[in-house]
Design a protein around this ligand. Structure first.
Ligand SMILES: Nc1ncnc2c1ncn2[C@@H]1O[C@H](COP(=O)(O)OP(=O)(O)OP(=O)(O)O)[C@@H](O)[C@H]1O
Length: 437
């Protein structure tokens, strides 16, 4: 679901949306929404409309609708609906709500919009052939990656993705789904390292009402949520051993049992796995089951690190500059910035490249992206790798703190702004020894 919220008045229902298993991405402008629509298969959109933004928003939504006519829109307003009625109906909104509203009715409308969207052929949205443009770069390693993605997407077998952090494992998993016959179904990502201890079993497999003390209603787990689509289990090495057994059983017979349930339920989903840990080492240390490893290691996809295709850094950098521009501002790199980017070793891979550029674009006063704004000015050939690691850590801490303050300590929003998951955000906070209340 796309949430278009130019005034960033976070919806009070965001927690409910999460509970109801909606995967939401947030945009504050049409430009940002269009980038997200290129990246994700979004079928439903909520627009937050105020008295002051309605004229601008009407134009923004018209731009998005021209490109993505199959997106189904629902409006949420703070003011009397009559003021907005005419343009909302002209813009083909499925429904509109005045805050505060009844969540259950709203949830029904969302479900209805989703159902309608499923019946509408997605025009302008990304079809399978278009999706591979998300993996940018022409280096032979990337061409080989694209070929593999095409091949593996035609199979229903599990795929084990490996590669350094930020190299694009998540992007490849999403691409595998988008190119597959399951692309109309859900794509669900679960970071096994971020699941709350004690609730991992129920989060993955679901539970019945009354199955345990806090189970006041039935919960459909991630495996079931992914029925008809793909479940991407990231950081699989972090899954506790007892659940590794359950997962192995699921891979063998494609049935799950909710906690407290008494009948197995057939679930049809493809599983993709990723880890940036060495799974063979985890087996030796007794942290990962060997039988599960052999079961998931059927198709293997290694995502190269950015320094393996460093000739393409500038190509990617220019694309990101364009992607994050607002269409009217002409940003460009200084010669010294180009040189620094070519010589840096990018330990955080494409994610780091993207984030350094985003930060520099915010900080620049004259649209010129300098090495200093990228945080790469102190790079010289005779620095040691230890110095590079220190520079990176300092820069990372700075970016995290800025994101936290920009988003008023809302960690989900801060993580989204940096294009990383909450789990990764927390991991980086821990690494940089930043404490958040
Ligand atoms: N070749 C590429 N072209 C364009 N964007 C890329 C490419 N590779 C990675 N990215 C972008 O880099 C960012 C990080 O990618 P992603 O989250 O998939 O990494 P990851 O390997 O899953 O990281 P982690 O292990 O930390 O979860 C994303 O914004 C992704 O879209």
């Amino acid at each position: 679901m796309l949430v278009l919220d130019p005034e960033q008045c976070l919806p009070e229902c965001s927690e409910e949306l999460k509970q109801a298993a909606w995967n939401c991405v947030k945009a504050v402008s049409a430009a940002e929404a269009l980038v997200l629509l290129q990246k994700y298969e979004l079928r439903v959109a909520i627009a937050f409309i105020s008295d002051t933004n309605q004229t601008a928003l009407a134009k923004e939504i018209a731009i998005i609708q021209a490109e993505y006519p199959s997106l189904h829109w629902i409006a949420v307003t703070d003011s009397a609906l009559e003021q907005h009625c005419s343009w909302l109906s002209a813009a083909n909104f499925v429904d509109y709500y005045h805050r505060p509203f009844d969540w259950n009715r709203f949830a029904d409308t969302l479900g209805h919009a989703w159902g309608m969207a499923q019946l509408t052929p997605s025009k302008g949205g990304k079809g399978p052939a278009k999706v591979l443009t998300t993996i940018k770069g022409e280096h032979p390693l990337l061409q080989q990656l694209r070929q593999r993605l095409h091949k593996f997407s035609q199979s229903d077998e599990t795929v084990l993705l490996s590669g350094e952090t930020g190299s694009g494992k998540g992007l490849c998993a999403k691409t595998l789904h988008s190119l597959s016959k399951r692309h109309e179904g859900p794509f669900i990502t679960v970071n096994c390292g971020a699941l709350p201890t004690g609730l991992i079993h129920s989060t993955l497999f679901g539970h019945e009402k009354g199955a345990f003390t806090d189970a006041d209603k039935r919960y459909i787990g991630h495996l079931e949520q992914a029925h008809g689509g793909t479940l991407f289990l990231d950081e699989i090495a972090d899954l506790p051993l007892d659940l590794q057994v359950n997962l192995l059983h699921f891979l063998d017979d494609k049935h799950i049992m909710r906690i407290g349930g008494n009948a197995p339920i057939k679930v049809d989903c493809r599983l993709l796995f990723a880890s940036h840990q060495d799974l063979e080492a985890a087996i030796d240390e007794g942290r990962f089951r060997e039988d599960l490893y052999h079961r998931i290691n059927v198709l293997r996809l290694h995502v190269p690190s950015l320094r393996q295709y460093s000739d393409e850094v500038m190509l990617l950098a220019e694309q990101f500059l364009l992607e994050h521009s607002d269409n009217c501002t002409q940003f460009h790199f200084s010669d010294e910035a180009r040189c620094a980017m070519k010589h840096y070793n990018w330990p955080g891979n494409v994610r780091e490249l993207r984030n350094r550029i985003r930060r520099a674009m915010v900080l620049t006063d004259d649209c010129i992206i300098t090495a200093q704004l990228l945080g790469l000015d102190s790079l010289t050939a005779n620095r040691t790798s230890q110095d590079l690691a220190r520079c990176r850590a300092e820069h990372e801490a700075e970016v995290l703190l800025k994101a936290i303050s920009d988003h008023k300590h809302n960690i989900s929003a801060a993580a989204r702004s940096l294009n990383i998951s909450r789990a990764t955000f927390y991991r980086l906070l821990k690494k940089c020894q930043i404490k958040v209340p």
